[in-house]
Design a protein around this ligand. Structure first.
Ligand SMILES: Cc1cc2nc3c(=O)[nH]c(=O)nc-3n(C[C@H](O)[C@H](O)[C@H](O)COP(=O)(O)OP(=O)(O)OC[C@H]3O[C@@H](n4cnc5c(N)ncnc54)[C@H](O)[C@@H]3O)c2cc1C
Length: 416
């Protein structure tokens, strides 16, 4: 068992590793470059709307077991809320058609045999297409299934764009298969949507910090690591700049949980994804109409998912590189008009904010997926974590937390 464990990066991967190790006798120190932990899953007070907003809407499904175990451990599971059934509402801006998918609990997909529960215009045989993705080798999805027709346009394209944050035709069939295996293929009980209604920080970050403080772990904010020192097959020091240097003894361990591009600059020779995709989130200070579902999938607009939060409506657009240089005002205008069409709201655009995350996730293509490294490194006391490591999942909360758990397990097994 290491004497001290240093975790670099306070996103969900680093926090999950710290939470898992907190019960061990090792001294845990987490070093985060920013003034607040959370990384790509964070909340902040926004001046334009006067609201606490998230950097981006985050959707979990009940099948994300590592994420729920993490939340249960830090005492925030009840803050992840959503409907009792796996129901997903959709609205098509092109023809104003709306429908709701009703997935039954249990593995057998009865819902595809009920025209009122499945995607309009599809028949049960169409869904066989999904089976081809379940066991696909890592090729572009477009090489494995036909990317056209109502099932693709009304379900697979929105689902896979959201899960992979990449144009589905070029995205990894292996990652799509993993998502479908862990959710749709397990039935509705694993597919109930869950959101952090009171914010990502309240659900995933603040309670983790309280948990770590209680366990005696130390969290160092605004503490960016500049370089690691190596000697032979071990890391021997952490250089935070100037005189701020931490010596790493042979019995100590380090978890590198910074994003791919930062980790690749700090750890020589590791392979890591180098292509990323953006996500656009647009927040409006507005009450959602009564009875609006927590999220609505939108077709044929810039908006892809409209989320209802208390006092706020927030819209996600994935694979959004094409919108990174669009004028913000114009985007907010168009998206507000779409929100009105989807929700039935009307009136002038309310106070708004746009958050553009340019490197939201690695591009989930077969090429980038092949670059993801294992948690073990050439240095015996250095382990990698992060949504970009080889978790078998796309860049998600679930993948990030699993990667942190895995790195923590390797640390626990580490012997000098
Ligand atoms: C807009 C958006 C929407 C998303 N939607 C969803 C969703 O709906 N569902 C879902 O499951 N996932 C979603 N994701 C993905 C999810 O947020 C990420 O997969 C997850 O947060 C990644 O966590 P991480 O710890 O691996 O990385 P990060 O969150 O990037 O954490 C890395 C941390 O390392 C710190 N760091 C960097 N360099 C250094 C350094 N030199 N020294 C110290 N610290 C350093 C960073 O500041 C950061 O805090 C979304 C992401 C975005 C951006």
């Amino acid at each position: 068992m290491p004497r001290a464990v240093h975790i670099i990066g306070g996103g969900l991967a680093g926090l999950a590793a710290a939470v898992k190790l907190a019960a061990s006798p090792a001294a845990i120190a987490l070093h985060e470059a920013a003034a607040m932990p959370g990384g790509r899953c964070r909340s902040y007070q926004d001046h334009a709307t006067g609201l606490l907003i998230d950097n981006g809407n985050h959707l979990l499904l009940t099948g994300n077991h590592a994420a729920f175990t993490y939340a249960r451990t830090i005492g925030s599971e009840k803050l992840l809320v959503g409907p009792e059934k796996a129901e997903f509402s959709f609205f098509d801006l092109a023809n104003r058609q709306s429908w709701t998918l009703h997935l039954n609990d249990g593995r057998f997909p009865w819902w595809i045999f009920n025209a009122d529960h499945r995607v309009p215009g599809t028949n049960p045989l169409d869904y066989l297409r999904l089976a081809r993705l379940l066991f696909a080798k890592d090729r572009p999805i477009g090489d494995v299934i036909d990317c056209d027709g109502p099932l693709y346009e009304k379900l697979l394209a929105p689902l896979l764009t959201a899960a992979l944050n990449t144009e589905p035709r070029e995205a990894s069939a292996a990652l799509a298969g993993a998502v479908i295996r862990e959710t749709l293929a397990r039935g509705g009980a694993e597919c109930r949507p869950r959101i952090a209604r009171d914010g990502l920080g309240t659900a995933f970050v603040t309670p983790a910090l309280a948990y770590l403080a209680k366990a005696g772990a130390s969290v160092h904010l605004s503490h960016e690591i500049r370089a690691l020192r190596y000697d032979g097959d071990r890391v021997t020091g952490l250089d935070f700049g100037g005189a701020d240097f931490v010596a790493i003894e042979p019995q100590d361990a380090v978890i590198m949980a910074a994003p791919a591009f930062a980790a690749a600059a700090l750890v020589p020779g590791i392979r890591a994804p180098t292509a990323f995709r953006a996500i656009l989130n647009t927040h409006f200070r507005a009450e959602s109409p009564q009875g609006m579902p927590p999220l609505i999938g939108v077709l044929n607009g810039i908006s892809e998912w409209v989320f209802a939060f208390p006092g706020r409506i927030s819209v996600t657009t994935s694979n959004a590189d094409r919108f990174m240089n669009e004028p913000r005002e114009k985007l907010a205008d168009t998206i507000w008009r779409e929100v009105c069409a989807v929700t039935g709201l009307s009136g002038d655009r309310p106070a708004w904010q746009i958050v553009r995350e340019r490197r939201a996730t690695f591009a989930a293509t077969p090429e980038e997926n092949a670059k993801r490294p294992a948690a073990e490194t050439a240095w015996r006391n250095l382990f990698l974590a992060g949504d970009w490591t080889a978790t078998g999942l796309p860049a998600t909360i679930e993948g990030a937390i699993r990667s942190g758990n895995r790195a923590a397990d390797l640390v626990l097994a580490y012997q000098r």
